[in-house]
Design a protein around this ligand. Structure first.
Ligand SMILES: Cc1cc2nc3c(=O)[nH]c(=O)nc-3n(C[C@H](O)[C@H](O)[C@H](O)COP(=O)(O)OP(=O)(O)OC[C@H]3O[C@@H](n4cnc5c(N)ncnc54)[C@H](O)[C@@H]3O)c2cc1C
Length: 457
């Protein structure tokens, strides 16, 4: 095993005196578990893991890292496929114990700490009949997800998570704690809505919530042989799609572990029974589906429908790009490539952008991806390390085979560890302004273990 960098015990004791959380070094109880993230391919060993309990702990950890010339990495929910929450030899600011959530039902807002995951925030908001846009599955952390824009089931109705952000309690590179809002720090607040973890450590987030108790949602699955026809139907059924309706579609594997290939649409409707009945009828009635499991359910349940397909510790390699429409040729190419997929856990997915998310200007927040259309995601997953090479190769070859139908734009939250060449395509026209904000708040690029924005000269 490679030598693991450590921090001198006496120096750590000095930090411990002013720290309310815990500090874990290699060999300590809990260290091995704490360095693990969702993607099982990520196997890195920080010199110290600072399990913070609040903004004061984060500030102390940032100052300590700078004084001792340690790299800093930040873990929110630990879900990012690139896995930069964990860096060899760094001081890892671990927010996984920061689970505080407070909902203000009268103001329809929620304040949640940086270690919260969507399942937890959904649950607290649902007690008051409220919700906001969160991830498509419930185990994703709110922190990295929101800072990266955050797309999900409610984005056509309520915009991205970043569009619902009202404020961020941010610990800066100098260890200052700022209450960042539109009114107080307009540039920094703009940058935090999509600029990733570049500007500091978000100790907590304040979100706008919306009245929402239940949705009509679920799965419609067809035999894989109908895949091409189903994706064409899906494309043709979506113009004039109401904001209440969100449909993602793709070629997938049956969730029962049988390895059976299916063509599937996942629907989520936020309107009344009558509206849902009317808007979903074409999707339910098309073709000869094998499964139509669509019904009314609490929103937090909708958010958990796909969780079982993404177990913690599975090995993940993802590629994605927005598409240039959904031509017959792209549909055929998707079907051809899916025929050779090596893992029974992998899918090729189309995420539809329309409604509220597309009514925000490309430069209004740091998220430039505001066009109607589709994001194509190839989230490859497998369990046996012996299959790693074949799965990564297939994912790259599939993305390359579809390239002529894709545009340059990339969804920041989906970028992997080897995709720094796509960072500009993720920030798009906002990169230069982000680089200026970066220079103002983190000129030394302390927060660089992310999809990095280099401070403007
Ligand atoms: C199964 C699965 C489903 C997903 N579904 C969606 C989806 O529906 N929509 C979507 O948009 N994305 C989705 N993602 C991607 C996800 O949003 C990103 O991976 C996001 O970074 C996860 O946030 P996290 O806090 O869990 O990640 P972490 O791995 O903890 O953090 C990722 C990065 O964000 C930064 N960061 C994290 N916390 C903080 C903080 N408090 N302050 C400052 N910087 C911080 C750091 O740079 C860190 O390296 C999904 C990912 C997975 C694995």
């Amino acid at each position: 095993m490679a030598t693991v960098a450590t921090v001198d015990a006496e120096r750590l004791d000095a930090l411990r005196e002013s720290f309310s959380g815990s500090l874990l070094s290699p060999g300590d109880d809990g260290y091995e578990e704490a360095r693990r993230v969702h993607n099982g391919l990520v196997d890195r060993r920080p010199a110290v893991i600072a399990r913070c309990l609040g903004a004061a702990d984060i500030a102390a950890a940032v100052r300590f890292a700078r004084e001792h010339d340690l790299d800093v990495c930040v873990r929110g929910g630990g879900h990012n496929v690139a896995g930069r929450a964990v860096v060899d030899g760094a001081l890892m600011i671990d927010l996984s114990r920061m689970k505080g959530i407070h909902v203000d039902p009268a103001a329809r807002t929620a304040r949640a700490q940086g270690g919260v995951i969507w399942r937890e925030l959904n649950r607290e908001a649902a007690v008051h009949g409220l919700a906001t846009t969160g991830g498509a599955i419930s185990t994703t952390g709110i922190a990295g997800y929101t800072l990266g824009g955050g797309l999900g089931w409610l984005m056509a109705k309520h915009g991205l998570a970043a569009d619902n952000l009202l404020g961020v309690e941010l610990v800066t590179a100098s260890g200052e704690v700022l209450d960042v809002r539109e009114e107080s720090h307009p540039d920094l607040f703009w940058a935090l809505r999509g600029g990733g973890g570049n500007f500091g450590v978000a100790a907590s987030f304040e979100y706008r919530l919306h009245p929402l108790v239940t949705v009509v949602g679920g799965l419609i699955a067809h035999p894989i042989e109908a895949g091409g026809a189903m994706l064409r139907f899906y494309r043709d059924a979506l113009p004039d799609c109401p904001d209440d309706l969100n449909v993602f579609a793709g070629l997938v594997h049956a969730p029962d572990g049988s390895g059976m290939k299916l063509a599937a649409m996942v629907v989520c409707h936020t309107g009344t029974d009558e509206q849902a009945e009317r808007d979903l009828a074409p999707f339910k009635e098309w073709g000869s589906p094998l499964v139509v499991e669509v019904g009314r359910m609490p929103y937090p349940e909708m958010n958990m429908l796909l969780d079982a397909g993404y177990p913690a510790g599975a090995l993940n390699y993802w590629l994605s790009s927005f598409t240039a429409g959904l031509s017959d040729d792209l549909v055929d190419a998707i079907a051809d490539r899916f025929a050779t997929v090596p893992s029974p856990m992998s899918v090729i997915l189309l995420e539809h952008f329309h409604g509220a998310v597309t009514r925000v200007g490309a430069t209004d927040t740091a998220v430039p991806h505001r066009e109607e259309g589709w994001n194509l995601l190839i989230p490859s997953e497998w369990l046996d390390p012996a299959d790693t090479e074949a799965n990564i190769r297939w994912t790259k070859e599939t993305h390359a085979a579809l390239a002529e139908h894709l545009v340059e734009r990339r969804w920041l939250n989906y970028l992997g560890d080897d995709q720094d060449d796509a960072v500009r395509a993720a920030y798009g026209p906002n990169y230069e302004r982000l680089a200026r904000v970066k220079a103002a708040y983190d000129p030394d690029n302390v927060f660089r273990h992310n999809h990095n924005i280099v401070p403007a000269a």
